[in-house]
Design a protein around this ligand. Structure first.
Ligand code: HEC
Ligand code: HEC
Ligand code: HEC
Ligand code: HEC
Ligand code: HEC
Length: 487
């Protein structure tokens, strides 16, 4: 029974075998039928034929604009990302080689099903495998198996890859896309199949819903957060915010109007400005000015998205005529999922508040980064804390099995933070500056990941990195006001 259990069967068994429930449900939750999912712990599927996967450079010949937009995107960098390679290396050392397939199933799926990618490192890999989430990954997605997974929703790469088929005259390449192609579609290189999935969020869901490799508990839940949001109700999906220019995304978020076909772009631009910064450094080091400009443009777009995502409102609260509290309301205005999303136990969004009196003397200050890049302990963060077996604090995805705290802000929702202030005895106005700040990770976490990159990735040679600089911070929103200390 342990080997053969099918997803869905256990629920029925659990109802009749109540005494066994606790022990076997833990196993059953992680049980994956290897016949349904041969690449487990990744839930990829592959329709194998003589048709190969095509590297992006070959698609570029006929689709130059999509290629330029995708180049330097987080999808293009998904496998070569040094932060990813560092964490993958740690994962394999901690729990053995099997786990690598789970990670690679999302960070380089074509490399997994062809058997080319086998763990950390870049040496000897073909351009197709190095291309991460490439053109031919998404446009070979024939279907998804999201409702049959152990969690009965898309997770851990539950997509079906089918780059083509065998025909009497030899293998034929098949590309799936959202539109009905005309007579000339594919230019003799590929046939075109209209696949409505490409217009929906479920195309992205399998990879943007990361579950623990054994217990299958959700660790990164971007798809689920979106599905429970007003954007899902109003028909605004991932593509409508992440596959358009920054201004168009603001319109999608504010008006719930879907972009026109001509407005879609292959940017896949989110919040990871740090990765674009590294990509720009690498391009400059390699002497490729065009690529460096491309990365710099994506950096600005990510910063623009972060700045459009949130808003701050500060309200003074008085008791017996004296200022006693500042209430800071943080709104998630335009993220189609929680703020932050996905790696919520790694990403950092926090409030910095400084209050000064008429003489410029500090009355209070909280959330200011130290010169060495550390946040004070009392800083108010919007993020989560993971817990591992034994319910202790854990951060790595193979250790975290649930969350002890989840304090992210839902789409179109808000959080209130109350700061007690004692108004100065002499009265007078106070100057209040509140900032909502974002960075990819805590200084020491970033340090540990970059220190763990595989040996064949020389950070000095590729990025010109000698030591880890202080991680850059982006101000998502700022509120500045003068507040009377007496009412
Ligand atoms: C279901 C698909 C999926 C699986 C499985 C997966 N990842 Fe990811 N990973 C993602 C997505 C999507 C992101 C982007 C999230 C974001 O930017 O907020 C990501 C981001 C990351 C990042 C952050 C990169 C950066 O530059 O900040 C690291 C590190 C990472 N993954 C490592 C791993 C490791 C190691 C594993 C295996 C233990 C793994 N991932 C498994 C989809 C996946
Ligand atoms: C993460 C998945 C993903 C990746 C990677 C991806 N695409 Fe797409 N592609 C889509 C989606 C979704 C659409 C529909 C949105 C749109 O109209 O652009 C699309 C649309 C297209 C279209 C049709 C555009 C039109 O209006 O006729 C072409 C052509 C295309 N992609 C080519 C490419 C090429 C070439 C690459 C690599 C350089 C690529 N795609 C990478 C998801 C992807
Ligand atoms: C020899 C030229 C050529 C090459 C190479 C080529 N395509 Fe196309 N493709 C076309 C033409 C022509 C069309 C139809 C016009 C258009 O949409 O640009 C098309 C259309 C598409 C579409 C749109 C289908 C739809 O929904 O309307 C997608 C997606 C696509 N190609 C993906 C790819 C991918 C991925 C690659 C690389 C693996 C690739 N193409 C390589 C010529 C080519
Ligand atoms: C085959 C798996 C896969 C599919 C399908 C996929 N993604 Fe991703 N996506 C990833 C991975 C892996 C990363 C993170 C790579 C990293 O950080 O190293 C990522 C990163 C991103 C980011 C960048 C996040 C940031 O922090 O800046 C955005 C935005 C994004 N994806 C949007 C989409 C959209 C929209 C779709 C559907 C049209 C989609 N993805 C489909 C695997 C996938
Ligand atoms: C209404 C617009 C909107 C929609 C819809 C939307 N997003 Fe986002 N997304 C944003 C904004 C704004 C940000 C930047 C702020 C943040 O990090 O949340 C973002 C950030 C991200 C990030 C980076 C998170 C981080 O901090 O590293 C990922 C990954 C992502 N989105 C994926 C998705 C996926 C997958 C979907 C569909 C399930 C989706 N988004 C739907 C607006 C949107």
């Amino acid at each position: 029974m342990k080997e053969k259990i099918l997803p869905g069967m256990f629920l029925a068994a659990g109802l009749t075998l109540i005494p066994l429930l606790a022990a076997s449900q833990v196993n059953a939750a992680g049980q994956v039928d290897k016949k349904l999912y041969p690449y487990a712990p990744s839930l990829l599927n592959y329709e194998k034929s003589g048709a190969p996967f095509t590297p992006p450079e070959a698609c570029a010949d006929c689709h130059p604009s999509q290629y330029e937009e995708w180049t330097g995107s987080v999808h293009a960098l998904a496998f070569q990302d040094p932060v990813y390679q560092g964490e993958l290396n740690k994962a394999v050392k901690a729990v053995g080689h099997d786990i690598a397939r789970q990670c690679e199933g999302c960070h380089s799926p074509a490399g997994v099903v062809t058997g080319e990618v086998k763990g950390p490192g870049l040496a000897g890999l073909s351009p197709m495998a190095l291309a991460g989430v490439s053109c031919d990954v998404c446009h070979s997605i024939k279907d998804h198996t999201g409702w049959q997974t152990p969690y009965h929703q898309p997770e851990n790469g539950s997509i079906v890859l089918s780059p083509g088929k065998d025909a009497p005259e030899g293998p034929v390449l098949t590309k799936y896309g959202p539109y009905k192609g005309g007579e000339e579609c594919g230019g003799g290189f590929h046939e075109c199949v209209e696949q409505p999935l490409h217009k929906t969020t479920e195309l992205c869901a399998g990879c943007h819903q990361v579950h623990h490799f054994e217990t299958h508990t959700p660790l990164e839940s971007t798809y689920r957060e979106w599905k429970d949001s007003p954007y899902a109700v109003k028909g605004i999906g991932c593509q409508d915010c992440h596959m358009v220019a920054a201004e168009t995304f603001v319109r999608s978020a504010d008006t719930f109007k879907k972009p026109e076909r001509s407005e879609y772009r292959h940017y896949f631009n989110g919040a990871n400005f740090l990765l674009y910064h590294l990509a720009e450094q690498a391009a400059l080091k390699a002497g490729n000015k065009e690529l460096a400009a491309n990365a710099a443009n994506k950096f600005s777009m990510a910063v623009a998205r972060l700045k459009a995502a949130a808003e701050l409102e500060v309200k003074p609260v008085y008791r017996d005529g004296r200022l006693c509290e500042l209430r800071v309301r943080v709104h998630n205005r335009r993220a189609g999922h929680n703020l932050p999303t996905s790696l919520t136990n790694v990403r950092q969004i926090w409030l910095e508040l400084t209050v000064t009196d008429a003489q410029g003397k500090a009355v209070m200050s909280t959330g200011t980064v130290s010169p060495t890049g550390e946040l004070p302990e009392e800083a108010r963060l919007f993020n989560s804390d993971g817990m591992g077996e034994g319910f202790h604090f854990a951060i790595d995805p193979w250790k975290v099995i649930a969350f002890s705290r989840h304090d992210t802000i839902p789409p179109r929702g808000y959080r209130d933070v109350h700061y007690g202030v004692s108004a100065p005895a002499e009265g007078g106005p106070l100057k209040v500056v509140a900032r909502l700040r974002y960075r990819q990770a805590e200084q020491k976490v970033a340090h540990a990941l970059l220190a763990a990159v595989p040996k064949d990735m020389d950070l000095k040679a590729i990025y010109g990195l000698e030591a880890l600089p202080e991680l850059p911070v982006v101000d998502m929103a700022t509120a500045e006001l003068s507040v009377a200390s007496r009412q």
